[in-house]
Design a protein around this ligand. Sequence first.
Ligand code: TYM
Length: 339
Amino acid sequence: MRIVSGIQPTGNLHLGNYLGAIRNWVKMQDDVAAGGGQSLYFLADLHAISQPHVPAQLAASTREMVAALVACGIDPDKSVLFNQAQVPAHAELQWLLNGTARMGWLNRMTQWKDKAGKNREGASVALFTYPVLQAADVLLYQATHVPVGEDQKQHLELARDIAQKFNNDFAAEGAPVFTLPEPIIPPEAARIMSLRDGSAKMSKSDASDMSRINLTDDADAIMAKIRKAKTDPEPLPSDKGGLEGRPEAANLVGIYAAMAGDSVDTVLARFGGEGFGRFKPALGELLVESLAPINARFVELRQDRAALDAILAKGAAKARELGGPTLNAAYQALGLVRG
Ligand code: TYM
């Protein structure tokens, strides 16, 4: 097994990232190490420049995100932890794959449609070709499995389409150049929604900080955000079916279930019939208790810039080594002469 996944170092790590992806990264890191496989996790800093950004903030957020991932349990001795900018093969392979990806495929990407909105002419070219870089990220390392939240599924399907077309077009006689990666999406936390709007995903780009729980929030902030989270006036139902048409209630129960490692039905068996006046404090306390150790480790780690840079440098050296053979094979398959 070869596990590869990434996160954009823009803003803070939030509960959606944690429950949707990072918790799975940690679990898979340990499973894979036990089975003799390899896990690679990276900061998608090259993706971050597809949208307007402040350079000094990107540099600071990149280091903070390393601290946050290590605080969550990513172990730089077990996983290869790095940032794309130190591994030029990501950008090189993207260019090679740009010859295979089709305009029509990229035009159908919902993230492109959402982020470009009505201003397609003014959007950056990088925002449009973003999913090709994402394909390069995983294909470069022959990833077999990619742990992500539901919102990244379409990008991974595109990565498979690109890999398949490249293998068909350029490796007809030889061995296929790329492995087709499988997404791994946690069923219980595939999509954590905003605390202010049950129909929008929890996101770093939401203007309201009250919409998300950041892993850096202290106990008071967490309790206040859960207390103010949008709900409806009904008590909680006693089974899952009763959450139908109640997106905010479903989201809070889902967060409780994912955090406690229980099923939604188990949570409702306990809280069914109760109002939010009882449920919200219980959810707040569960979050505070679960996130406190991560928060404490993060606060300590983020201060040691030299240690964070050393983690990235070591990870990047290993990533360059692991990605080299596939990059060479891609150049060769395309008939590009190099030295
Ligand atoms: P990003 O930085 O937006 O999010 C990182 C991971 O967190 C998951 N996630 C969520 N899961 C559940 N509920 C939510 N509300 C929620 N918000 C975010 C995302 O699905 C993701 O797994 N394009 C990617 C980064 C990337 C990447 C890759 C991922 C670049 N290259 C290669 C996998 C493989 C992104 O912007 O994720």
